[in-house]
Design a protein. Structure first.
Length: 205
């Protein structure tokens, strides 16, 4: 097999890239400046070495703690729970949410052998037990798996009881994004206006 075919097969394994698209990409790369292709290959070669999950929230970063978790101006009393790191980028793009994030790393899918133990749920509960979190926004996608995960998280968080910092007066509020996001939709493909309205119209369980 030729280098062209090898590279085409590599690109065709990427999400959303079929065989024809992979061929077009390889042909396009062949027409580009050599310096660009070398830089592209270099960045790809060090991607997994330099980019890692944030030790606090789980989103991608090149340092131990991501810029969002390290920002003292962010509202640490609100945590937005998402499925994957790319969901953080999607929400950040619309620019209105000023709280913190927590990446689960997936959804509960019993038929695929994915249960709560395979997700970053325990670290989320540890962050909540710290006593500074007043609201948890569950921003999982509006699918069967997303709703199942959201209900499971709500149950666990409610079992934590009251906030220690409030002297036993207030319970943690758990909210879900409003239904401006279509059922079966994916956060990655939602327009900024719809996502903004979903955050503003979020409701408690």
């Amino acid at each position: 097999m030729s280098t062209f075919d090898d590279l085409t097969n590599n690109f065709s394994r990427l999400p959303g890239i079929g065989k024809k698209s992979a061929v077009r990409i390889v042909n396009w790369l062949l027409k580009q400046d050599g310096a660009y292709v070398q830089k592209f290959a270099q960045n790809l070669g060090v991607l997994q070495e330099r980019v890692r999950p944030c030790k606090v929230c789980g989103t991608w970063t090149e340092s131990d703690t991501c810029p969002i978790c390290s920002d003292p101006l962010r509202d640490s009393s609100i945590i937005c729970v998402v499925e994957q790191p790319q969901d953080v980028s999607t929400i950040e793009a619309y620019g209105e949410f000023k709280g913190l994030y927590h990446v689960l790393g997936g959804l509960i899918k019993p038929l695929e052998g994915v249960g709560p133990a395979q997700l970053a749920i325990a670290p989320l509960l540890d962050r909540i037990r710290g006593g500074t979190v007043h609201e948890v926004i569950v921003a999982t996608n509006p699918t069967v798996e997303g709703d199942t995960t959201a209900l499971y998280l709500n149950k666990l968080i409610m079992e934590l009881g009251v906030l220690p910092a409030d002297g036993g007066r207030d319970k943690i509020k758990v909210t879900r994004l409003a239904t401006g996001i279509p059922v079966g939709g994916d956060l990655e493909y939602i327009d900024k206006r719809t996502l903004s309205l979903s955050f503003r119209g979020r409701s408690e369980f």
